[in-house]
Design a binder for this molecule. Structure first.
Ligand code: M6R
Length: 369
């Protein structure tokens, strides 16, 4: 049932406020973050972890990259993110104090399942972030942290992505508290960011009409670039993947700081570039760097579509289109900024007359290696 929407993807985009709320419900209580499934592993085991490897594919790997920033910030453990299919074949360095966190909506992705088994066979603690109750990957893992986003039908992942980020943030906070690296102020700040999250995501969903108009004018676009910094970088990668997947348009995401190391040569007159702009209030240094990146690409003819925090006027003189986002904690920006990117892919796919939910050559769950 598409609930009155023209596609499951549209319905699932609009379900995100509820999906993220369901992920943190019962896990943030009176300003304290507690994941019972992690507690069951024992505090000692969590304190001994000296390295975390996140393994996933596709959209789940971008959620992993975003989660890595938060886990390092709060738990002060080095985190690396590897594609499941690369992880196994590189002869990874693993020890009993390594924790492997797999991220998978379906819990059946063969590449990720094989990587989890590989890690498990080497005595590593395995934690699964999964959306599908009792799927194979969570059953094979030492602990399962379910996202509770509800069934995701569209091939293009949307609500599972924001729910995965939410779950990884909760894991980071839980580990930080157990390990004593999380200050009470940080925990309170994160708890309040969670409280405000569903409303913020709901506001981001409201950008639909504006994005639909933008996509309408861009239906003939052949290539779109996405730029971001810090957590905005994997968000940019996710925006590009959505567009490739369902609108069959060439798209690439870049770390904004990488522009001058090569990609700026791609900028030509009229090249559309989405830029994820960090908050000017909370991340002033990164904000000013991104504004300079915008000036650089604008001077070379880019068509700039800026996703900014509402009230940010610094970008206005250099942007062709401005999409305004609600105020959030900087680490939580991907959870709102990705929403207009999801709408954009959906609307371009629709404008091209494509099947939004069932893109060519793709399956919802990739159960072959
Ligand atoms: O079920 P999983 O989360 O393990 O799936 C991983 C990827 O195949 C998946 O995220 C894929 O990239 C999506 N179709 C992206 O929208």
């Amino acid at each position: 049932d598409k609930g009155g929407w023209s596609s499951f993807m549209a319905k699932e985009i609009t379900e995100q406020p509820e999906a993220v709320a369901n992920t943190f419900r019962g896990r943030v209580v009176d300003g304290r973050v507690e994941i019972p499934e992690l507690s069951a592993l024992g505090e000692e085991r969590l304190r001994e972890v000296d390295r975390i490897v996140i393994i996933a594919c596709g959209t789940a790997s971008y959620a992993g990259q975003i989660g890595a920033y938060a886990i390092e910030r709060w738990a002060r453990v080095p985190v690396e993110v590897q594609l499941s299919h690369e992880f196994r074949y590189r002869d990874p360095v693993l020890s009993p104090s390594t924790m492997v966190i797999s991220v998978s909506q379906s819990g059946e992705t063969m590449d990720t399942l094989m990587a989890v088994k590989y890690a498990k066979d080497r005595g590593v603690t395995t934690v699964s972030v999964c959306n599908t109750q009792s799927a194979t990957i969570p059953r094979e893992s030492d602990a399962a942290v379910y996202t509770h986003a509800g069934p995701e039908v569209a091939v293009a992942s949307t609500k599972a992505f924001t729910a995965q980020i939410t779950a990884l943030y909760l894991i980071g906070l839980h580990l930080g508290r157990v390990r004593g690296t999380l200050s009470p102020e940080e925990e309170a700040q994160a708890a309040s960011a969670f409280e405000q999250l569903p409303q913020a995501v709901a506001e981001a969903v409201e950008t639909h009409e504006q994005i639909a108009q933008l996509a309408h004018w861009m239906a003939d676009t052949r290539s779109v670039l996405f730029l971001g910094r810090h957590v905005g970088y994997p968000t940019a990668l996710e925006g590009a993947l959505k567009l490739k997947e369902i609108a069959y348009i060439h798209a690439e995401g870049f770390a904004a700081g990488e522009l001058k190391h090569g990609p700026i040569a791609l900028i030509d007159h009229g090249q559309p570039v989405f830029v994820l702009v960090p908050s000017p209030r909370r991340s002033p240094v990164m904000h000013s760097k991104v504004v300079s990146n915008i000036q650089e690409i604008r001077a070379r003819g880019a068509r700039v579509i800026a996703i900014v925090e509402k009230g940010d006027t610094a970008v206005l003189p250099y942007a062709d289109d401005v999409i305004r986002m609600p105020l959030t904690d900087p680490l939580f920006e991907p959870l709102v900024q990705v929403v207009p990117l999801q709408w954009f892919a959906l609307e371009l796919s629709t404008a091209k007359g494509l099947d939004v939910d069932q893109p060519r050559n793709l399956a919802k769950s990739v159960t072959v290696e």
